[in-house]
Write a protein that binds this ligand. Structure first.
Ligand SMILES: [Zn+2]
Length: 363
């Protein structure tokens, strides 16, 4: 959908930038849409749902059920503004979107909700108010398809490239049988993959499909609703994940195109490589350490400090790290006369980070 790519950069939702997306940041945008309150979070924030379109195919989408995963929230708001302006494309659909299922986690920049519960491990017990809200919307709306929207950590690679986007048609039972719902979800992912390959060769992966009845996607798939897990990932130095956002939202548009035109490609799904935990944030080679030279792998820890996300370098591993890949690779041979002997790990990483200017802030 080149039309979407042409319009994406000027959509009003581009006001949303960075990694720290809270309810107060999306509130003004939500009022541009037909809006309903569908629940209240643990700490009393409203959980809202947008409804757009009045066509026969019903799609339920939700984002930020993990509060610190906001890339898909930015991206799905791009999709909503695009649909608002493109009535013909929207015509086959009625879409309900819960853009922020876990507003408390979003405010605190945590995966879990304010009770410390992972909402994507609460499908069986349904112990949390946010989970109730999602299941009530699901029961009332009776969607034909579900899109479950997330971010993945920086550690995923695919085919020795960083995995920018990954997808899953969740299993509906322990035997991972290809049910009709699963097959349709696979077909949509196959279609998205073919479209993305023209732009992002080797950067699209398939997520692990181990069945977990406590995951919401697995649960809806088991109920017979074709459900797709979308995972926005890390590529290069795009820590604000703006490129990821663009290609994520492009893929959602492609998914809609596929559903409207029934251009399902389930056989393509199996050709998508599985994601691997093969990446770290920074890999530094030739670090002089105790009379030898070693490699050092750094993983960022994301912390909320004064309304910004601070990416704090922490030690992942050191030694011979030839198996690892990284979003940034530095050769320390060009730095003369530095020594890291007699430093504990913490001081070692601090000195390296300061020397190489590795810290990062996102709004
Ligand atoms: Zn998630």
């Amino acid at each position: 959908m080149n039309l979407f790519l042409q319009q994406q950069s000027v959509l009003k939702s581009q006001l949303l930038k960075g990694r720290y997306i809270t309810y107060s940041k999306i509130e003004a945008l939500l009022s541009d849409f037909d809006l309903a309150k569908v629940g209240t979070s643990t700490k009393g924030l409203p959980i809202k749902a947008i409804t757009i379109g009045n066509g026969p195919i019903k799609i339920l989408m939700w984002s930020q059920m993990h509060g610190n995963e906001a890339t898909s929230t930015k991206g799905i708001m791009d999709v909503m503004y695009f649909l608002k302006d493109n009535a013909a494309f929207l015509a086959p659909f009625t879409i309900q979107l819960i853009p922020m299922l876990n507003p408390d986690g979003a405010a605190a920049y945590t995966r879990v909700n304010a009770n410390g519960v992972d909402l994507n491990r609460d499908a069986e017990q349904q112990s949390q108010p946010e989970t109730h809200a999602l299941f009530e919307v699901y029961d009332a709306f009776q969607p034909d398809y579900c899109f479950n929207l997330h971010d993945q950590r920086t550690l995923f690679g695919v085919n020795d490239e960083p995995c920018m986007l990954s997808y899953l048609s969740p299993a509906a039972d322990v035997d991972k049988l290809i049910t009709e719902a699963r097959k349709q979800a696979m077909g949509i992912i196959g279609h998205m993959n073919e479209s993305l390959l023209q732009h992002l060769p080797n950067q699209v992966g398939r997520y692990d499909d181990t069945y977990n009845p406590n995951c919401v996607g697995d649960c809806f798939q088991a109920k017979g609703t074709p459900t797709i897990l979308f995972e926005c990932g890390q590529s290069g130095q795009d820590y604000d994940r703006e490129a990821t956002r663009k290609w994520f939202s492009f893929s959602v548009i492609e998914a809609l195109h596929c559903i409207a035109n029934k251009s399902f490609k389930p056989t393509v799904y199996n050709s998508i490589p599985e994601v691997k935990k093969s990446y770290v944030d920074v890999l530094i080679h030739n670090v002089p350490y105790q009379n030898t030279k070693i490699s050092v792998a750094i993983q960022y820890e994301e912390k909320l400090i004064s309304d910004k996300i601070f990416f704090e370098p922490t030690l992942h591993s050191k030694g011979d790290l030839s198996e690892l890949n990284a979003h940034k690779i530095i050769d320390l041979n060009k730095f003369k006369g530095v020594s890291f002997d007699d430093l504990d790990d913490r001081a070692f990483i601090k000195k390296l980070s300061e020397m190489l200017d590795l810290t990062y802030y996102s709004h």
